[in-house]
Design a protein. Structure first.
Lengths: 93, 848, 279
């Protein structure tokens, strides 16, 4: 299918983004003694993970070409997991 | 028209034992669930009787302290898990396909497997009594009492494993019901038109899909603590972690338990008042709201755990808020009676009784939502009385169901007089048992020594308990007797019933409907089944105006060739001839399979072995035997033609175009997200509790570096890419391409595992000042979370690789080409999901 | 809210000389209201339900609505009307429930914040550490003394700092309407004011093992001067454990010992887990 090029391009992007995450660490931003920088690095790295996951889900898992309801189903699970984690963590702060 | 024998495929009759081991028919499975659940009702009830005997006077010693704790815990676990929901699902299995116009559930063999997993998990629980005593820490299983330090008996571990097996049953069931209800509804039956019982089950399974995954995370971690020595629940914050995970599940669970009863009550109120449900639209909306809200109230079980005031306030509001939709539903049922033609049949009496009990239970629940009151009610009999009123009140609705549908399931009417006797004894016994518990509310829970002033109340309660128990003898006698000599009934013994199960014979034929149910005309009619027309043996019994499908028939025949998803010659033949659907009579007999039974029996052996594996010896053999047998079972089951033909004409919003298998896989993945979410969330929670930065400084060795994680990320991403290429190759009918890419996927996956193995081995053997004995699974909470979370992920990888080892040889024989690519697609969904999880594990456990 | 040092005239029952409204009072007054309202609502709704169930029982010769459109087999679901009535009832119940929430929220703030407020106003708060273990309770006073009987003076804000040495317990004194989870590795706080002298019982409200049923502790509420002398007695002795029966204080020593709420002090030497509760 013509999608071969698309899939390959996405693969390259995924590899690049993963490498970026490692590079962020190499720069020393992930400094456990410097909360300001640390949490910024935390944010960048996790956002990159979300971006990668979105690519995999959208294209490799074909969500792009499925009815929107399937995406909502998947996101529903994610939402539930995030709600539990956030609320629980907040409760002991 | 008996359809089995004519084709030479013999599906054994109901009197044959073999039938019950190989059936995958939803009605049979419904009966199996009902009977098994009633067995657990009796078992749980006997335990309760023992408790009530002990509570006759303060400080009695009929049971020793440990035995009492076991009785209390087992009573709760058995009733909540092994009785009440399975009892509801007995009805759901039997009735839902009939109500929505389907021939069976979407995945019949999975359905059988879910029953056998349920049964064997229950047997596993029973085994625990004989392994040094069963779990004795309350059904809530709080940490640290649930840990091996305090619960060294093997039976405690067995219960955890039994619950895990039970959750497997539940997950299979929810995936099955969800796919069925979204994809196999009769023409014209929109989601909003679902009958009340079906609607309630729909919401129940949605809640189950997400809630049980959280419990599964908790139980897997607990089992790992027992068997592998992880330290989650003994670390700082561990106790609270358990309460969060458990109650996040625990609260939706109580609605999971109640909703089916609510659905039955609505059906019975409508039928026996001869009035449509008042404000039905709002009733349904209220149920949806409760289902959603049920996930945001759980901390009201934790008001005294030292959580901060802001979050207590939030959960107070949400808790009180959840009573509002219930108010609406209660009023709706009451108003439905106005200007009705009420007949006091046994199902109606039980439904009305359930409503009253639920009102009492609900009001007392509002008390518990007021935080200041809860501060005192915590751990007392107020809570016990409240939840028994609402939950057993719910069960009351389920007993309405058994009388309501008994005629449909057996073709005979129960004895109405005995039914009323049962109700009278039941209602009296119930209130004698539970109302005094409100008066004696100051009694602490799970205690058999209480203030002497409360003795008379406890005695009344014990009498009530025995009365309640005795009432069931009446029920059992009634049902047994009526099965033999009850008056025979036709299709519909109940005036004013509206749902489709009453439009077929009692009991229904094996294939449910003669002809295809359709609501396209605005009411239920039966169209000619295209396949029957082709065979020339049509035997239509439409209830409305019969209509033929004419043009639709040809389209559906062609459509079914694609959507039927049958591999091999049949698909080719039907596509070529464009002839009648693939849904031939023979398919029915092929649904029968003994592999679900075999696999679950194997699971039973394996879990039993795991429970005592630290003791070695026989337990090793059991685990091994179980594992081997289940492998045989899975292969056997995979060899069978797995696909049931999908309905050719059906309402499928909002999942049009998503075949059943694919939708089922997505449903499963949705729940797997919550499972991993529970594991990752646990890690995050514990890290916050221990000090985020401190965690890194104190618990992680220098040797734990990013590189292995990065390499694994590359490997997994490449393997995902390979799977996608396999799909491309399949489109191009390239056998070599498919085999090559799947094999590369496999190799990359193995590379992932080898790399991980090397990394772990290295970490196990480091010897530094901080970690003289290596960094192993029990070293500290950080190592525990690292190994268990990435280990769970690794296990998912292994499962994927095993699937590949089945697929690659088949690919070499030419499978998965052209139209058959879907199997690769489904595998791909799983594999990509596993990849996505790693994309988060990598930064969280290696970099940050 | 009450001022310290004098009873405030109002429509609520106040504690004795401390002038502080004890959590027990808060609980009792809210409980009474809920009980009354709950019973009223329950009786009204259930009576109405039974009334309708009886009134509309079907008798062919007395059909109140013979021409009404009734459900038929095979019909698609439709609503049965009467929506307005439904919303009225729903609205009323929502109003009741919301009012209850708002009212009890005020008392939640009171209960949560009182000890801190008392301290900030220079009042006296006696903090006692409570340690649960399998299967008993140990109490540690600001001066480091430990007992297995909880002794407190009347009319004083007693702040309990509760934890556990092993598993999840829960410490509660029913008559004082005070309760707190006892969780290993963390401390939870709760408070009460005792108005009447006497002997009470504390119990464990979370299943913790075989001894759970008997995990009691005696609570003795004493007149302030009696308490002072007993407390003075404990000075200098590292442990004043149970059984040896702390005397009812004969010494006249009138040291003003009680300190403002001490930070959560580590308990004194701990008794190993022993079965049974306090004497």
């Amino acid at each position: 299918m013509a999608r071969f090029k698309l899939y390959s391009a996405i693969f390259v992007v995924l590899m690049a983004l993963s490498t970026t995450q490692a590079i962020v660490e190499e720069t020393g931003m992930v400094d456990f003694d410097a909360p300001g920088t640390y949490w910024m690095a935390f944010g960048i790295i996790l956002v990159l993970s979300f971006v990668k996951a979105t690519f995999v889900a959208t294209y490799y898992m074909h969500l792009r070409w499925e009815p929107r309801s399937v995406t909502y189903l998947f996101l529903g699970g994610l939402f539930v997991a995030l709600a539990l984690t956030t609320a629980a963590a907040y409760s002991i702060l | 028209m008996s359809h089995g024998e004519a084709d030479g495929h013999e599906f054994p009759p109901m009197s044959s034992v073999k039938r019950w081991f190989i059936t995958t028919n939803h009605k049979d499975i419904g009966i199996l669930y009902t009977i098994t659940a009633l067995f657990f009702l009796v078992l749980g009830g006997v335990l309760a009787m023992l408790m009530r005997v002990q509570l006759w006077s303060p400080g009695a010693s009929i049971l020793g302290a440990n035995a009492y704790n076991q009785a209390v815990s087992a009573h709760g676990l058995l009733m909540v898990f092994w009785f009440i929901s399975p009892f509801a699902f007995g009805f759901a299995n039997y009735i839902i396909p009939l109500q929505i116009g389907a021939d069976d559930l979407a995945f019949p063999r999975l359905n059988a497997m879910s029953y056998w997993a349920y049964l064997f998990s229950g047997l596993l629980f029973i085994a625990s009594f004989f392994q040094g005593g069963t779990f004795a820490g309350g059904w809530t299983m709080y940490a640290p009492l649930n840990l091996p330090t305090y619960m060294p008996n093997i039976g405690g571990t067995t219960v955890v494993l039994a619950l895990i097996m039970f959750i497997a049953a539940v997950t299979m069931g929810s995936v099955n019901f969800l796919t069925t209800m979204y994809r196999m509804r009769a023409e014209g039956l929109r989601m909003r038109d679902l009958p009340m019982f079906s609607m309630s089950i729909l919401l129940t399974v949605w809640m189950m899909l997400f809630a049980f995954a959280a419990l599964l995370a908790a139980l897997m971690i607990l089992a790992a603590q027992h068997i592998f020595g992880v330290t989650y629940f003994s670390a700082d914050g561990g106790t609270l972690l358990w309460t969060h995970l458990f109650w996040f599940f625990g609260h939706p669970e109580v609605y999971i338990v109640f909703f089916p009863a609510l659905g039955i009550m609505a059906e019975c109120f409508q039928t026996f008042t001869g009035q449509r449900i008042v404000g039905r639209k709002w009733f349904v909306l209220a149920m949806v709201l409760v289902a959603l809200q049920s996930f945001v109230v759980w901390m009201h079980h934790m008001f005294l755990t030292g959580i901060n005031l802001e979050i207590k306030t939030l959960f107070m509001v949400t808790t009180i808020g959840i009573s509002l939709p219930f108010d609406l539903m209660v009023f709706s049922l009451i108003y439905t009676m106005i200007k009705g033609r009420i007949r006091y049949t046994t199902p109606f009496l039980f439904s009305l009784g359930a409503l009253i009990l639920f009102i009492i239970g609900g009001i007392t629940g509002v008390f518990l939502g007021a935080v200041v009151l809860d501060y005192e009610f915590r751990g007392t009999y107020w809570v016990v009385a409240h939840f028994h009123y609402v939950m057993v009140g719910g069960a009351t609705g389920l007993f309405a169901g058994i009388y309501y549908w008994f005629p449909k399931m057996t073709g005979r009417m129960y004895d109405e007089y005995l039914g009323k006797v049962h109700f009278a004894l039941y209602f009296l016994g119930f209130n004698l048992l539970y109302f005094p518990l409100f008066v004696a509310w100051e009694t602490p829970r799970r205690v058999f020594d209480y203030a002497p002033g409360l003795t008379s109340w406890h005695q009344v309660a014990s009498i009530g308990g025995f009365l309640l128990g005795a009432s069931f003898l009446v029920m059992f006698y009634n049902l047994f007797k009526s099965m033999a000599v009850g008056e025979e009934v036709g299709d519909n013994p109940w005036e004013y019933s509206t749902t489709a199960e009453w439009a077929v014979s009692s009991p229904p034929p094996l294939e449910n409907f003669e002809g295809k149910p359709s609501y396209a005309s605005g009411k239920l009619t039966f169209r000619e089944d295209p396949q029957l027309t082709a065979d020339g043996s049509g035997d239509n019994e439409p209830t409305g105006t019969p209509s033929t499908d004419g043009g639709v028939q040809t389209e559906s025949a062609a459509a079914s060739g694609e959507s039927a998803l049958v591999t091999g010659p049949e698909a080719v033949a039907s596509a070529a001839t464009g002839a009648a659907t693939v849904h031939t009579e023979e398919e029915h007999a092929d649904h029968a399979s003994f592999w679900p039974f075999v696999i679950c029996f194997a699971g039973f052996l394996a879990f039993l072995g795991l429970s005592g594996i630290q003791d070695g010896g026989a337990y090793y053999w059991l685990t091994g035997a179980g594992g081997a047998l289940s492998a045989v079972g899975f292969v056997g089951m995979a060899q069978e033609s797995f696909h049931t033909p999908e309905p050719t004409v059906a309402e499928q919003w909002p999942f049009e175009g998503v075949e059943n298998m694919k939708l089922g896989m997505w449903m499963f993945l949705g729940s797997d997200v919550v499972l991993f979410g529970g594991f990752i969330g646990s890690y995050l929670f514990l890290r916050v509790a221990n000090g985020w930065m401190h965690w890194h400084h104190a618990f992680i060795p220098e040797a734990h570096v990013t590189l292995p994680g990065l390499i694994n990320t590359y490997l997994l991403l490449a393997s995902s890419f390979m799977v996608v290429l396999a799909l491309v190759a399949s489109h191009k009918n390239s056998k070599r391409g498919v085999v090559a890419s799947l094999s590369l996927t496999w190799l990359l996956g193995v590379g992932f595992l080898i790399n991980k193995g090397i990394e772990w081995n290295h970490l196990f053997h480091i010897s530094t000042e901080a970690f003289p004995n290596g960094w192993g699974i029990s070293t500290n909470v950080a190592s525990s979370t690292f190994y268990l979370t990435t280990g769970l992920h690794g296990a998912h990888v292994i499962v994927g690789l095993i699937m590949l080892m089945y697929m690659i040889p088949r690919a070499m024989n030419g499978a998965y080409l052209g139209d058959d690519e879907v199997s690769i697609e489904y595998f791909g969904l799983y594999w990509h999901f596993v990849d996505i999880v790693w994309l988060f594990l990598f930064p969280l456990f290696y970099i940050l | 809210m009450a001022d310290i040092g004098g009873p405030v005239v109002g429509d609520t029952v106040l504690a004795g000389a401390s002038g502080i409204r004890a959590p027990a009072e808060v609980f009792n007054s809210i409980f009474v209201v809920f009980l009354g309202l709950g019973t009223l609502v329950g009786v009204v709704v259930i009576s109405y339900t039974l009334y309708n169930a009886y009134k509309y029982r079907y008798r062919a010769e007395k059909d109140p609505a013979p021409d009404l459109d009734r459900p038929e087999l095979g019909e698609l679901p439709e609503s049965g009307g009467k929506g307005k009535k439904l919303f009225l009832s729903f609205g009323i119940s929502a109003l009741i429930v919301l009012s209850l929430v708002i009212w009890t929220y005020a008392s939640l703030l009171y209960v949560e914040g009182k000890p801190t407020e008392v301290q900030q106003n220079g009042g006296e708060v006696l903090t006692i550490d409570v340690d649960g273990f399998r299967f008993g309770w140990q109490f540690t006073y600001p001066n480091g003394a430990t007992t297995s009987t909880l002794r407190v003076p009347t009319d004083t804000v007693i702040n309990l700092s509760v934890t556990s040495e092993d598993v999840f317990h829960n410490f509660g004194i029913p008559e004082m309407r005070v309760k707190s989870d006892a969780i290993p590795g963390q401390t939870t706080n709760t408070w009460f004011v005792a108005e009447e002298t006497g002997t009470y019982t504390a119990a464990c409200y979370e299943i913790c093992g075989e001894g759970h049923s008997g995990m009691d502790a005696k609570v003795v509420v004493m007149e302030p001067d009696e308490y002072e002398s007993w407390y003075a007695d404990t000075e200098g002795s590292a442990n004043a454990t149970a059984g040896s029966g702390s005397s009812d204080g004969e010494d006249g020593g009138g040291n003003a010992i009680e300190a403002p709420s001490a930070p959560n002090s580590a308990s004194g030497s701990l008794a190993p887990a022993h079965a049974g509760g306090a004497p």
